[in-house]
Design a protein around this ligand. Structure first.
Ligand code: CDP
Length: 219
């Protein structure tokens, strides 16, 4: 059986890759996997259990035990969980435990979907290096901090924008600097800088890359 098409969408925090990925999935009828939610799920389970996300053994055990279907989509969205997620994500044992789940999703998209969209940091480089299309979505750190702060401040009115910017810079450095599966664009990725783009413009740029690739994959 032919491998279903995979759209890999990588990029840093608050670059707009989640919104873009959901829209791509809806438009093409593909299944969507937010791979960051897996790392966030691991971090969250450690934090609620009072465990240290820096502990290799605890983080590896939490990743091995993760039930992706049971992740609480709201609880994992806080800034603190995002920071802890980028710490556990630097651990090779955690990445290895989550790799198979991501590859299975791409190989057999759930719900009978005819393809998949995976968003993350290493989808085009490590998880699905044979992806049909690879997008790398970025934006200036200040723009991303503003977006994330606007999202988070409804829940946390005391949160300062500078705190969010500092967290974003620290996470970027950790995600791009780790030895195992660092965040970086694949050599054949299409770069989309959303700093001064609307969602519609970013989506148009994505379509311009996806449409021809899906047509030639059909041939
Ligand atoms: O939503 P946001 O872009 O802030 O982050 P996320 O996609 O939810 O990912 C949270 C953290 O998980 C990131 O800072 C990365 O450290 C890690 N992650 C990763 O290492 N590899 C992935 N494929 C996805 C996320």
């Amino acid at each position: 059986m032919a491998t279903p098409p995979v759209i890999a969408v990588d990029g840093p925090a608050a670059s707009g890759k989640g919104t873009l990925s959901r829209r791509i999935a809806e438009t093409y009828g593909f299944a969507y996997l937010d791979t960051g939610s897996l790392y966030r799920g691991v971090a969250w389970s450690l934090l609620v259990a009072g465990r240290d996300p820096e502990s290799d053994a605890d983080a590896a055990a939490a990743a091995a035990d993760l039930d992706a279907a049971a992740i609480d989509g709201d609880a994992i969205r806080t800034d603190a969980v995002g920071v802890a997620a980028s710490r556990v994500a630097a651990k090779p044992a955690v990445r290895a435990a989550l790799l198979e789940y991501q590859r299975r999703f791409a190989a057999s998209p759930p719900g009978g979907a005819k393809g998949s969209v995976l968003d993350g940091r290493d989808i085009g480089t490590v998880v699905c290096p044979e992806a049909t299309v690879k997008l790398f979505v970025s934006a200036a750190p200040e723009v991303r901090a503003r977006r994330r702060w606007l999202e988070l401040r409804a829940e946390d009115p005391d949160l300062a924008e500078e705190t969010v910017l500092a967290d974003i810079r620290a996470r970027d450095a950790r995600d791009a600097g780790r030895a195992d599966a660092p965040m970086r664009p694949a050599a054949d990725a299409v770069l989309i800088d959303t700093s001064s783009m609307t969602i519609d413009q970013a989506f148009a740029a994505a379509r311009a890359a996806i449409d021809p690739a899906l047509t030639s994959a059909d041939d």
